[in-house]
Write a protein that binds this ligand. Structure first.
Ligand SMILES: [Mg+2]
Length: 216
């Protein structure tokens, strides 16, 4: 992990830990990103679960190069406050969970867009600590949670992030939560034993059952 990652702003209490991805878990990404692309004369044609190769010029239908796709994603992150909006019931559900657990956001977004994301989350009353890093998520979670004898939960829409946490913090409950966007319908399935949460109320049920079983 890069040694510049500073976690000092995340102060954990002696309670369970719930770590959530942000894009397409807390804030919609796929749907507003497609609207953003259309406004710029591009479109996403979901042929596989990836962006490069599936974003084309609307005029020519020619696929954009990887660096062009990267530029569009970064432009979207820069302007995210005008585009992204919360997943259904996420705000109330996270505040309910925060009565018995520490909630932390772990977003795989270039850290230079941290201020935009922080403002957007705060505006939505999602004022939980946030870590923005493109480093693998498992080692970050391990650094954060350490060897604490407390329940730990991780929620993400991306199978490679779930796997990173399974590999690095095997005692952690990992949940697969994603929107039913045309892109996500093409997403790879999570590993056996990784529960799929249909929505935030379902995620909260699974998390509370895990807390109860941990305490028993
Ligand atoms: Mg995500």
């Amino acid at each position: 992990m890069g040694d510049i990652l500073d976690l000092s702003h995340v102060q954990l209490s002696d309670r369970p830990l719930v770590v959530c991805d942000v894009d397409d878990v807390v804030l919609h990404f796929a749907a507003p990103f497609q609207d953003f692309l259309r406004q710029g004369g591009h479109e996403l044609i979901p042929r596989s679960f990836r962006l490069t190769g599936n974003i084309v010029s609307t005029a020519t239908q020619v696929a954009l190069e990887h660096h062009e796709v990267r530029g569009l994603i970064e432009a979207f992150f820069d302007a995210q406050e005008n585009h992204q909006f919360p997943m259904d019931e996420v705000v109330d559900t996270l505040h309910d969970l925060a009565r018995e657990a520490d909630v932390v956001f772990l977003t795989a977004m270039p850290p230079r867009y941290r201020d935009q994301r922080r403002r957007l989350l705060d505006r939505l009353c999602l004022d939980f600590p946030m870590i923005a890093s493109e480093e693998p998520k498992g080692p970050i979670l391990k650094t954060l949670h350490g060897a604490r004898a407390l329940p730990c939960v991780f929620i993400d829409d991306m199978v490679h992030n779930l796997q990173s946490v399974c590999d690095t913090v095997p005692e952690c409950l990992v949940l697969h939560l994603m929107p039913d966007s045309p892109l996500h319908l093409l997403a790879p399935k999570a590993a056996d034993g990784v529960p799929r949460a249909e929505d935030w109320p379902h995620a909260a049920e699974l998390i509370r059952a895990y807390f109860r079983a941990y305490a028993a």
